[in-house]
Ligand binder design. Structure first.
Ligand code: DGJ
Length: 380
């Protein structure tokens, strides 16, 4: 009896390690970590540092989408088996703190700065009790990949600065626009004003209790081959994406930024580069509900960007397989598309859709697979 009990204990300890089985990734299924617990790292991103992958994401509670814990971190050698490394950036129990427990902290991404030797985390932050009104970025740094990250600050982006892809004439025209004259949204006149910079101009300076600077919600980071890094975020009330250059230490904006698809309503940006061309997969704006993915390409990260058809193929492709893009991870010569299937009624039960990106006729394709094996695609 005692021996059987010991065998049972051993099985309980060992079985979770094999829970994903056969080195396969199963999009949309429960994905257990080394403890046998469904991975809790949503809206996240992955880096490869010295041969180990680190996955950072939002810890989601069972009954609220607000941040009750912080940003979690997992590590892996093979993209399939993940070890829980703990909370890399914990929320804070100090009333009024920017990242006070109960704030909204979404879409954290981490990049490594070769010069400072530091890991830099950026995320979308909404102050506790303010809904989605603040539309801030947050930034934190750490000397190790697993943290703890030290929170630096939050804010809006590039106050008082026009985007570099706007001519002097367009800036002058935008400067005459007044949001007070366009109270009714979605009219043709309002749409035209948005494209011409109505909200860009509105947010240039402090207004209605908001500090000066561009709104920053859904976001990602991208480090280019010249080590220049960029913050890509939904701005202008989620109507227009911005690509903003970061300083050499990756902890601030340089002031140089461009607009992408003005008025196009893109969220959830994920960027990658193949053979010198930049690709960006995004979603539309439908809250936690899935919608059809969009795709853009550019020869320069600062644009111009051109839109292409939805890259998803297979059952559910019209709604991104029930998910919303969050990141594209380069692995060897290939890329892994990462998305989240949100469960707003039970946030911690949200699922992950990870799929290999294929290229057909020069265009990225994300094809649905019930399961797939990273090694099959040459991913190690
Ligand atoms: C869609 C965004 O992509 C998510 O990160 C989250 O902010 C939800 N909207 C909230 O409705």
């Amino acid at each position: 009896m005692k021996r059987e009990f010991i065998v049972l204990l051993w099985l309980m300890a060992v079985l979770p390690c094999f829970s994903v089985g056969n080195m396969t990734i199963r999009p949309g299924q429960i994905w257990k970590d080394n403890r046998g617990i469904h991975i809790n790292a949503h809206g996240g991103g992955v880096i490869n540092h010295n041969g180990t992958y680190y996955w950072y994401g939002e810890h989601k509670a069972d009954t609220t989408s607000s941040a009750m814990v912080g940003v979690t971190c997992y590590s892996s050698k093979n993209l399939v088996d993940w070890v829980y490394e703990g909370v890399a950036l914990p929320v804070v129990d100090e009333e009024g703190h920017d990242i006070e427990r109960g704030c909204i902290l979404e879409r954290p991404k981490v990049i490594y700065n070769k010069v400072t030797g530091r890991f830099v985390m950026w995320f979308h932050l909404e102050l506790k009790g303010r809904g989605y009104a603040e539309a801030r970025y947050g930034v934190a740094v750490s000397d190790t990949p697993v943290g703890p990250f030290k929170f630096l600050r939050s804010g809006r982006v590039n106050p008082g600065l026009w985007p570099s892809d706007m001519s002097q004439a367009s800036r002058a025209a935008a400067d005459t626009l007044d949001a007070g004259n366009y109270k009714e949204w979605w009219t043709p006149a309002w749409r035209e004003a948005i494209v011409n910079g109505l909200f860009l101009k509105r947010d240039m300076h402090a207004h209605d209790g908001h500090p000066a600077g561009q709104m920053a919600r859904d976001m990602t980071l991208y480090v280019d081959s010249d080590d220049c890094a960029y913050h890509i975020y939904s701005s202008e009330d989620n109507l227009t994406l911005h690509v903003a250059e970061l300083t050499a230490d990756y902890t601030a904006h340089t002031g140089r930024y461009v607009r992408v698809a003005p008025g196009g309503m893109n969220e959830a940006p994920a960027i990658f580069r193949k053979d010198g061309k930049y690709w960006m997969i995004t979603s539309g704006c439908t809250g936690w509900e899935p919608n059809e993915a969009r795709m853009f390409s550019a020869d320069n990260i600062l644009g111009p960007w051109t839109q292409h058809p939805n890259p998803c193929v297979g059952p559910g492709a019209g709604k991104t397989f029930g998910g919303q893009s969050t990141y594209v991870l380069p692995v060897g010569d290939g890329f892994v598309f990462m998305a989240d299937i949100w469960r707003p009624g039970h946030p911690s039960d949200a699922r992950y859709v990870w799929l290999p990106i294929e290229f057909e006729h020069g265009l990225p394709v994300v094809r649905w697979r019930d399961e797939w094996t990273p090694v099959e695609y040459g991913f190690k």
